[in-house]
Design a protein around this ligand. Structure first.
Ligand SMILES: *[C@@H]1O[C@H](CO)[C@@H](O)[C@H](O)[C@H]1NC(C)=O
Ligand SMILES: *[C@@H]1O[C@H](CO)[C@@H](O)[C@H](O)[C@H]1NC(C)=O
Ligand SMILES: *[C@@H]1O[C@H](CO)[C@@H](O)[C@H](O)[C@H]1NC(C)=O
Ligand SMILES: *[C@@H]1O[C@H](CO)[C@@H](O)[C@H](O)[C@H]1NC(C)=O
Length: 461
């Protein structure tokens, strides 16, 4: 507490000086520290009908103690051209951070090799689907038009030396799953991993698939092939996932956030409460509509969030056919609604018929809160005019700890919110005054020291 107050004081003093210097906004000042790093994944090759589902260990990532402000990605070719979804369907990409034993040498690339428990510790997110969805970042076809921006004063913290276990270093794993649908007999069917189109009856480990499993991830694994139009031929291409990380060096004024990913297919035992084991299937099928459902397939799940706080960002992940997803609080209030944007043209980022973006929520800091132990409900809607296989219904939120002294409570957050804002304004006023006082003392001391010394020096050196 003492340390953070001191830090805040120094920070406010600097802000105060900046304010005097150019009377611009605080936002402008903090924008200046944002760094941008652009990387290419290892190369993967695709030809018509082929699939890659690769795991790249130890990918490039900004090092040091940082806070990530956004993570954007897209598929490009060797010349850097953006590749449209109807040529390379980006089923998903995910990025996971892990701690690697420093004594272990690991080849950079494996296909579907799991982690050996003693060599790695997966850091992952704070959500309930620990083994199935451990990513920090991850999207699919919607990646080009989905904002991943984490607003000020928040950031996703990495590389904190105090958190990295002794003898380990923090590293990053990238999983890319892409399907080349050039010349496909049924492009949507290939994108939805329909088993008949892949002529697959066993999974990637050679186990027989249940005949009722008609489509999904277990039919479009690495090196499978989707059926093409008779005689179609085209070139093999070298492709990359290009990813852009915006970040700032860690500073005590940044408020860290926790990441939660909820899955609408999550199954857990209510009787076991917050300690229940969660089984997240990740994907599900949408049967073609039955009369009376209004053409909408609705799937939902309720999940307990052990530790609440302020919601900073929210976004859903859906596949083609998705028409929106909402996260509700226990009292039925909307925490975030995220709607798909479908493309209407040909150019990358606007491909007709594909989900090219998901709308996001960036609530005013402190205006949307979740209580500790609150039960949340995820609702995922799909159009059932047409059947779909292997669709997803994920909800991703960033949550910051509420200040413990002014912790908001969902049943009364509106009046408390106003009260809190006033408190915050007064608090900042006091801190700025304190900052000025400290600054005056520092300058005074500096002047006195200089007077004692032999030369007169300018204050700013
Ligand atoms: C599908 O796979 C079977 C063996 O698993 C093979 O005999 C058959 O020729 C394949 N069909 C096509 C269209 O590739
Ligand atoms: C969950 O487990 C923790 C530690 O194992 C225990 O302290 C807590 O009481 C449990 N909570 C419930 C609701 O069972
Ligand atoms: C989902 O569909 C239900 C009706 O089935 C509707 O009440 C709800 O508003 C829909 N939500 C979204 C996010 O589309
Ligand atoms: C929220 O506030 C209400 C009314 O003041 C109170 O009864 C309830 O216990 C509080 N809940 C939590 C989780 O603090």
């Amino acid at each position: 507490m003492v340390k953070s107050t001191k830090c805040l004081l120094i920070f406010l003093s600097i802000l105060f000086l900046v304010e005097i210097g150019r009377s611009s906004s605080i936002t402008g000042a903090s924008e200046n520290g944002i760094k941008t790093a652009v990387f290419l994944s290892p190369m993967f090759e695709l030809e018509p009908g082929s699939v890659v589902n690769r795991y790249y260990y130890d990918i490039d990532f900004p090092r040091g103690h940082i806070a990530v402000k956004s993570f954007d990605a897209e598929v490009v070719d060797e010349a850097g051209n953006s590749i449209p979804l109807y040529e390379t369907y980006l089923h998903h990409w995910v990025v996971v951070n892990y701690y690697q034993n420093k004594g272990i040498k690991i080849p950079k690339y494996h296909s579907n090799v799991g982690f050996r428990k003693s060599d790695y510790i997966i850091k992952g997110n704070d959500g309930p689907c620990e083994s199935e969805l451990s990513q920090i970042f991850g999207l699919g076809s919607e990646t080009r038009k989905t904002s991943t921006h984490v607003p000020d004063p928040y950031g996703i913290e990495f590389g904190n030396p105090a958190e990295i276990p002794n003898g380990y270093e923090e590293k990053w794993l990238l999983n890319v799953h892409a399907i080349d649908t050039r010349g496909a007999e049924n492009m949507l069917g290939c994108a939805e991993c329909r088993c008949d189109l892949y002529n697959v009856t066993v999974d990637e480990y050679g186990r027989n698939l249940d005949p009722n499993y008609i489509g999904g991830l277990r039919c479009c694994y690495d090196q499978t092939r989707c059926r093409l139009k008779e005689g179609f031929q085209s070139v093999k291409r070298s492709l990359f996932l290009k990813y852009t990380v915006k970040y700032v060096d860690w500073h005590c004024s940044i408020v860290p956030v926790r990441i939660y990913i909820f899955d609408v297919t999550d199954r857990w035992k209510k009787s076991d409460g917050i300690n229940s084991t969660h089984i997240c299937q990740v994907e599900y099928n949408v049967p073609a509509g039955v009369t009376g459902d209004g053409g909408i397939n609705t799937k939902s799940v309720s999940i307990i969030l052990p530790t609440g706080g302020n919601v900073v960002y929210g976004v859903a992940h859906q596949h083609t056919g998705g028409i929106g997803s909402t996260l509700y609080g226990e009292d039925g209030r909307v925490i975030c609604s995220s709607l798909p944007m479908y493309g209407e043209g040909n150019e990358p980022g606007n491909e007709a018929g594909y989900i090219v973006g998901m709308s996001t929520c960036h609530p005013q800091p402190g205006s949307v809160t979740i209580s500790d132990g609150e039960t949340l409900t995820v609702v995922s809607n799909y159009s059932s005019g047409q059947g779909h296989t292997g669709v997803m219904g994920l909800f991703y939120i960033l949550v910051a700890d509420s200040d413990s002294s002014t912790k908001l409570n969902s049943s009364q957050h509106a009046p408390l919110g106003i009260h809190r804002k006033m408190l915050t304004a007064n608090f900042i006023g006091v801190m700025v005054l304190l900052g000025v006082a400290v600054l005056a003392a520092v300058i005074g001391a500096h002047l006195r020291r200089n007077q004692r010394g032999h030369n007169y020096e300018p204050i700013m050196t």
